[in-house]
Design a protein around this ligand. Structure first.
Ligand SMILES: Cc1cc2nc3c(=O)[nH]c(=O)nc-3n(C[C@H](O)[C@H](O)[C@H](O)COP(=O)(O)O)c2cc1C
Length: 198
């Protein structure tokens, strides 16, 4: 079974509805390490050696965060800046993350129809996530499409539970094997056949 590291980043988790529903559902799953960055590093002083150790111990790396100004909250970026060092994560001798699986799990206030060329946000979520995609690729990781919970302000508790169940199913799938044929050209992991909630 693949080991999963969830790098979770939410500056106001105590006020969260969407992410708290997602986290609550998966936090005690076997083989999953939930690493709450704001809880661990409230002063932003990241223990790089410890983070590298954690990465070494896991096969699947999840950047889980709400979308803030079309990107991640600042501690997540700090984590990327500090931990993904030259000649460790990338560069001629940087093979530590080679072949690990990587993806973003995000929540957005804006709904899906706002994220297109005619919408208020002009670009798709996948386009906004390009820096994460390319970061993962530069480090030799296999980047999967995101799992996204969108339009959070309009979702009731029941809707959130449906997404939480889907996230839990996704974790199960990632622990085994996600085949290329499962993903095909899908833009969001939410849409793959094996994750459909009946
Ligand atoms: C500082 C800040 C920036 C935000 N930027 C965006 C954004 O760029 N796009 C978007 O769709 N929602 C944005 N939102 C809304 C959050 O993504 C949304 O409230 C969050 O995903 C809901 O999850 P939660 O209930 O776990 O907090 C922003 C919220 C805050 C506080």
């Amino acid at each position: 079974m693949k080991k999963i590291l969830i790098l979770f980043s939410h500056p106001k988790f105590e006020k969260s509805r969407a992410n708290s529903a997602l986290i609550e559902r998966i936090k005690d799953k076997e083989g999953v390490t939930l690493h709450d960055l704001y809880e661990r590093y409230p002063d932003f002083h990241i223990d790089v050696d410890k983070e590298k150790e954690l990465l070494n111990e896991h096969d699947v790396i999840i950047w889980h965060h709400p979308l803030y100004w079309y990107s991640c909250p600042p501690l997540m970026k700090q984590w990327i800046d500090m931990v993904l060092e030259f000649n460790w994560a990338y560069g001629p001798k940087g093979v530590a993350l080679q072949d690990k699986i990587c993806l973003n799990v995000i929540t957005t206030g804006g709904s899906k129809d706002m994220y297109c060329s005619e919408g208020v946000n002009s670009f798709s979520v996948n386009q906004f996530l390009r820096p994460f995609e390319q970061t993962a690729k530069l480090c030799g990781m296999k980047y999967l499409p995101p799992f996204a919970v969108m339009g959070t302000h309009k979702l009731n508790d029941e809707d959130l539970q449906i997404y939480a169940n889907q996230y839990s199913k996704l974790i199960g799938l990632l622990q085994n094997t996600v085949e290329r044929s499962d993903i095909k050209d899908t833009l969001f992991l939410n849409d793959i056949e094996k994750l459909k909630i009946s």
